[in-house]
Each structure stands twice: as structure tokens, then as C-alpha cells.
Design a binder for this molecule. Structure first.
Ligand code: RNT
Ligand code: ZN
Length: 411
């Protein structure tokens, strides 16, 4: 079937594929730099800690800022559309001695801004409250030690400045996401104190002066992490309460809930509460394993909600890290899968299906929901890719294989 045939078939159910292609082209997804080096960063060679873990030892990981920038640029060349890159504070660039987290400044990120301008991407940001000696006991903003808390508060404030610098330089608001691993392995005696301390620390951070139009803080909740199985300070309820009362955004990570919970179902309520929803698109397998996202039911359901509620109301960032496969392929596949699901969601006549729902015709609703899954979305995807000058099918992987041979395996 050609694109024109597909276009006609969709027109019969009231779908304008041209509009879908145009809409998809407008959606910028934030590509997470940390898939490129297993959440390593440029400060230590210690690897990730703080309740998150990468597994696998696939060759070719980026070891320097230049390698990570090159890999990211190559990955972006295989992804249709214009996107964003999401940096973590531990990816600051240091001449000689490493600047500690509480003293990071925009200067540590100048080469990234230069690179972003050259590559044509905007930047998002994250303070890094893990992989650091002052986070070794698993507590940062909620630590009972006021000195530790003060250190991390300062880190948060410095990161707001860096986010503002990104926004101004690149002329695009910068989302800055706060995720703290704080929690306890075993049942704590006091569940309230750490949460009060964390709220107080966050208040101190957000009291700092920053341009509220340029910098968009988001707060990410979590159910549990490795080593902090019994209690997470920044739980879902904590984050909802904090974000609502302080008027910042809450961030949903698809791996941070019980596995039988539908994260997609939370979106509409979040939208009603906050007006905008921030997302970490991930794939938990049995736990928050951060596998590369696939075109599965969870991703489809999330994409459908994003499309129905207006992509402009969402901050969509990817968050996974698989060290057992080619890392560039992991980026490209994940981004393309996200885009494919968004496109498929745009090619469903939701208004008509809603009429069936409201009329109580659940048989027709079920039948059509299933039948529409087999409509020729692939042809529309191929046309979108063609117009973006990017390979539509699996041939992008041939380019990755070549890059692996020529660049990655030589590291
Ligand atoms: C961890 C959170 C967090 C991190 C990144 C690296 O469980 O999902 O978002 O994955 O900040
Ligand atoms: Zn996350």
C-alpha cells in the first residue's frame, strides 16, 4: 500500500493524515544523555548509585564529553524531527579538578550549549542527587544532617541557574527535573520527619531567584529503589502534595509505580490538577528496570492520552538505560518507538469512539478500537520519515552497525 492509499483509507474514518504528519513534526522529545554511558557522567568512574543500576557491559560506551556528544549527534541524525537533549548535572565538563556539585556553574556547561546550538537541539536539565559521597547513605535533601542538606540545597540552586542559562542561550524554556533517591532499606521509625525535611529543603531551593518563564521545575516520585525498598521519601503522595501546594509540576515516571497500575490512567487527573504533565517514558520489567521502551500496550496507552489531551501540554522525556546492547541503537529505537506510538494515537478517531462510549455501545467501541489497530499507520510513518529525510524502516540500524564498527568498537 502506498501513502496515498493509506491517506484515503484514513480519510474514510475522518482522519487527516497530513495533519497528523504536521502535528508529529511539532513534538520535541527530550532525549536522555545518560543512556550513552550507563548513567556514568564525567566526575568519577564509579558508575551510577542511589537506587538505580545499569546492567550489561556492551562495548563502546562514551567515555568523554566529545564521545557522548558525537554519539548523541549521530543518534539524532537517525531520528525524524527536531528534539531536545536532557542533561544531568554529573555531565558537567571540568578542566582539571572536578568542581563539586554545590559549586557547579553555567561555565561547566558551556561546551554543551555550544554543541546544542551547532546540533540544533534545545536542552533540559536535572540536578544529580546520586553517585556522590554525600549521597552514599541514601539521604540528600532529607538527611538528618543539616550540613548534608545544605550541600544539596546549594546544588539545587546552582542547577536552577544552569537551567536558566540553557533557556536563555537556546531561547527555549528548560525543564529541570528533581529526583532524589532518599529512602530507607528497612522500615523507618519516623516517616514524617524525612518528608518534612525534604519539603523544607525543596522550599529553600525554589525560594532562589530564577526566571519562572524560562525554567520549569518538575518533581519526580518513586515507589522504591534498590537498597531503599521499605520507604521512599519522595513518594507519589509526597510529590502530588508538594507540587500542588507549591505550584510546580509533578513528573510521572512509567517505572515508578506498582506494575499493575496504569500510569496512562493517571494522566487525565494530573492534567486537571496541574494543567501540564511531565513524563519519563521508561519500561519496567518486573521492577523499575529501565529497559528500552518498546511499542507495547503501556507505551501505546500513554501516547494515546498525550495525543488526546494535547501534546503541547506535556513534557515528554525518555528515561531508560540498558548497558547490554548498543547504546546508540537504544536511543534511536526508543525515540522512534515513542514517535510511532504518538503517530498511531493521532490516527484514531477518538471523537467517534467517545460517542460510542457515551452512548453505552461498548461492543462497537471494543470492535473499532481493535480494528483501528490494523490500519496502515506504517505508511504514514514512512511518509513522515521521508519528509524528514530519515530512513523509515530498519535500515537505520545498518548505519548504527557501521558506526559501531568505525567508531564505538575502537574505543
Ligand atoms: C530514577 C529516576 C530518575 C533517573 C534519572 C537518571 O529512578 O527515574 O529519573 O532515572 O534521573
Ligand atoms: Zn525517571
Amino acid at each position: 500500500m502506498s501513502y496515498n492509499d493509506a491517506k484515503k483509507k484514513y480519510a474514510k474514518i475522518g482522519i487527516d493524515t497530513e495533519k497528523a504528519i504536521a502535528e508529529l513534526g511539532k513534538i520535541a522529545i527530550s532525549l536522555h544523555c545518560w543512556q550513552g554511558d550507563d548513567v556514568g557522567g564525567f566526575e568519577t568512574t564509579g558508575g551510577a548509585s542511589g537506587g538505580i543500576a545499569t546492567t550489561g557491559n556492551y562495548p563502546g560506551k562514551a567515555r568523554t564529553p566529545q564521545e557522548l556528544m558525537d554519539d548523541l549527534a549521530f543518534a539524532l541524525s537517525l531520528i525524524p524531527g527536531r528534539h531536545r537533549v536532557n542533561l544531568h548535572a554529573c555531565y558537567g565538563i571540568h578542566e582539571g579538578k572536578v568542581t563539586d556539585r554545590d559549586c557547579l556553574t553555567p561555565a561547566n556547561f558551556e561546551p554543551w550549549v555550544k554543541w546544542a546550538k551547532k546540533t540544533g537541539v534545545k536542552l533540559d536539565f536535572n540536578p544529580t542527587f546520586f553517585s556522590h559521597p554525600k549521597a552514599a547513605d541514601g539521604l540528600t535533601l532529607s538527611s538528618p544532617d543539616p550540613k548534608v542538606r545544605a550541600f544539596w540545597v546549594k546544588h539545587g540552586i546552582q542547577c536552577l541557574k544552569i537551567a536558566e542559562y540553557f533557556a536563555k542561550e537556546l531561547k527555549s524554556p528548560c525543564a529541570i527535573n528533581f529526583w532524589m533517591p532518599d529512602g530507607y532499606k528497612d522500615e523507618p521509625s519516623d516517616r514524617l520527619g524525612p518528608r518534612q525535611r525534604m519539603a523544607d529543603s525543596l522550599d529553600k531551593i525554589f525560594k532562589a531567584k530564577y526566571d519562572k518563564k524560562a525554567v520549569v521545575p518538575t518533581l519526580e516520585s518513586k515507589l522504591f529503589g534498590i537498597g531503599v525498598e521499605s520507604y521512599t521519601v519522595g513518594s507519589h503522595e509526597f510529590v502530588m502534595g508538594y507540587a500542588m501546594t507549591r505550584k510546580i509540576l509533578a513528573l510521572l515516571d512509567m517505572g515508578h509505580f506498582h506494575l499493575t497500575e496504569s500510569v496512562a490512567d493517571k494522566i487525565s487527573s494530573f492534567l486537571m490538577t496541574f494543567g501540564k504533565v511531565a513524563f519519563h517514558i521508561s519500561r519496567p520489567v518486573r521492577w523499575d528496570s529501565d529497559h528500552v521502551i518498546r511499542q507495547n500496550d503501556d507505551l501505546r496507552a500513554a501516547a494515546q492520552e498525550i495525543v488526546k489531551m494535547g501534546p503541547k501540554n506535556f513534557i515528554v522525556a525518555l528515561d531508560y538505560f540498558d548497558a547490554s546492547i548498543n547504546r546508540v541503537a537504544a536511543w534511536v529505537l526508543g525515540m522512534r518507538n515513542m514517535q510511532k506510538e504518538l503517530l498511531k494515537a493521532m490516527l484514531v478517531p477518538w471523537k467517534d469512539l467517545t460517542k460510542l462510549q457515551d452512548a453505552g455501545d461498548f461492543t462497537a467501541q471494543l470492535v473499532l478500537q481493535e480494528e483501528y489497530k490494523n490500519y496502515p499507520a506504517d505508511e504514514v510513518w514512512a511518509e513522515f520519515c521521508r519528509r524528514c529525510g530519515v530512513t523509515a524502516g530498519e535500515d537505520w540500524f545498518t548505519a548504527v552497525r557501521k558506526y559501531e564498527k568505525d567508531v564505538l568498537l575502537k574505543r
